[in-house]
Design a protein around this ligand. Structure first.
Ligand code: PLP
Length: 472
């Protein structure tokens, strides 16, 4: 395409995006399809010749338009929504257009330094200690996911626990004695990171929660770490979650830091969903204890109006990730890198290449301002509070715990075995106007309502309530 052809087609494509967002509520949140439906619409072989792109948006619509789950539908309250605001899509366009590969500072100084500046700004806006900024000796990076963030934090922790270049982790890998501590409520990405890092299932210690809560018991953590060190095992990392996936529970970060630092273990905070709430001063409790941790992760692609992928990972020691991950063959040698005066983000992640993700986050910050972002978060939190209020006043439904930020967990009143709640979830989702997901608390089915889609308003809460309460 020439730039002029791109301009003409670009208008068509942007119109298609705008139309599909404007009309999204004409569709159910989820289409009901059987496996293979979409694939069967493709010819076996790719076309030899070119086809005019002007028809591409309608082709995509005809192939996928009745076979999708609409994550941007305002009735999407399942999992944690992934809010791809149109503002962030405009930033994505610029990012794709720049087409840079920011592996080294010198391969795109702009990509690197915008990411440094934006993560520093965000750290300050959230209220993270200055030590997590690039200015303050640490720094933020944008990873593809919280899962990757956990994995790179683990590599830094493994190196820090055995830094000797001849005999340490980088030289000989895992020994089978390294231990990572999680709770039963920690996201499965930690178990995956432990597996990928080669620690094996024995490398993962699941510390129980304080009875009656879904938060890690710091006394049980202390016992586990003491017992392990007594056997010559090495506590490498403790993951503290702020806002667990199931119910939004929070681990006692400060107490975990006290135990972990006594044994030199890295503390990683997984605040994938809840962390962005710290933008609102009244929710800054999500950062309690964070001053003492080594890394902190929150996903802008969950609840901060930014299209997937944009997971923010801050570390307190800017040298920690490069120390674990940097490998420099001749073809990557670079005078700016050798000078030590720049950050090469390739050393802060698993892949070499990286996109200019900071542009979409910058677009969001620019277009919304912190005030707009706080309004967005507070709007969803208010919906959760209102839903909880209605549930408290309803005979057939009960809260499965107090709502946390924008997450409400509920069940059918008195549902001992969870079957009535599971049936209600099925009925609600069959309606098509909303989509909820479930989880279990103490082995019993629970329904989760996570507000977070871009366009969800009070009217959508009313629709949800009509279906939910009517289903009882
Ligand atoms: N951690 C928590 C607490 C989560 O809720 C999730 C996803 O919902 C993740 C990690 C994984 O996020 P990602 O898809 O960014 O890897």
């Amino acid at each position: 395409l020439t730039p002029d052809e791109f301009r003409a087609l670009g208008h068509l494509f942007v119109d298609a995006v705008a139309d599909s967002r404007a009309r999204i509520e004409r569709h159910p949140v989820r289409d009901v399809v059987s496996p293979g439906t979409v694939r069967a619409r493709f010819p076996r072989e790719a076309a030899e010749g070119p086809t005019p792109l002007a028809g591409f948006p309608s082709l995509v619509e005809s192939i996928t338009g009745d076979a999708d789950t609409r994550w941007q539908h305002p009735g999407f309250h399942a999992y944690f929504p992934a809010n791809a605001s149109l503002t962030s899509l405009l930033g994505e366009l610029l990012s794709g257009a720049a087409g840079v590969q920011g592996m080294l500072w010198s391969t795109s100084p702009a990509c690197t330094e915008v990411e440094q500046a934006i993560t520093d700004q965000l750290a300050r806006a959230l209220g993270l200690p200055e030590s997590f900024t690039h200015d303050g000796g640490g720094g933020g990076s944008i990873q593809d996911s919280a899962s990757s963030a956990a994995l790179v934090a683990l590599t830094a922790a493994l190196h820090r626990a055995a830094p000797d270049p001849e005999s340490g982790w980088r030289a000989r890998g895992a020994t089978g004695r390294e231990r990572v501590y999680v709770s039963p409520e920690t996201h499965s990405s930690l178990a995956k990171a432990v597996r990928v890092a080669g620690l094996g299932a024995i490398g993962l210690r699941t510390v129980p929660c304080t009875p009656g809560t879904a938060s890690m018991d710091p006394a049980a953590l202390a016992d586990a770490v003491r017992a392990d060190t007594g056997e010559g095992l090495v506590p490498v990392l403790v993951c503290a979650t702020v806002g667990t996936t199931s119910t939004g529970a929070t681990d006692p970060v400060a107490e975990i830091v006290t135990v972990a630092t006594r044994h030199g273990a890295w503390v990683h905070v997984d605040a994938a969903w809840a962390g962005v709430a710290a933008l609102c001063p009244e929710h800054r409790w999500v950062l309690d204890g964070v001053a003492g941790v080594d890394s902190f992760c929150t996903d802008a692609h969950k609840w901060l109006l930014t299209a997937f992928d944009a997971s923010l990972l801050w570390v307190r020691d800017a040298g920690a990730l490069p120390a674990a991950l940097s490998i420099t063959p001749a073809y990557l040698r670079d005078p700016a890198s050798d000078s030590g005066a720049v950050v090469d983000f390739r050393d802060w992640q698993i892949p070499l290449g990286r996109r200019f993700r900071a542009l979409k986050l910058w677009a969001v910050l620019h277009g919304q301002g912190l005030t707009g972002l706080r309004e967005h978060l507070r709007g969803h939190i208010a919906l959760a509070e209102e839903l909880a209020r209605r549930i408290r006043g309803h005979d057939g439904l009960e809260l499965a715990g107090e709502p946390v930020l924008s997450l409400v967990c509920l069940r059918v009143t008195g549902d001992r075995d969870g079957s009535a709640t599971a049936a209600l979830l099925g009925r609600v989702n069959a309606d098509g106007r909303v989509f909820l997901s479930g989880t279990e608390i103490d082995g019993r089915q629970v329904i989760r309502v996570a507000f977070g889609a871009v366009g969800t308003t009070r009217e959508h809460l009313d629709v949800l309530w009509e279906i939910l309460a009517g289903g009882r």
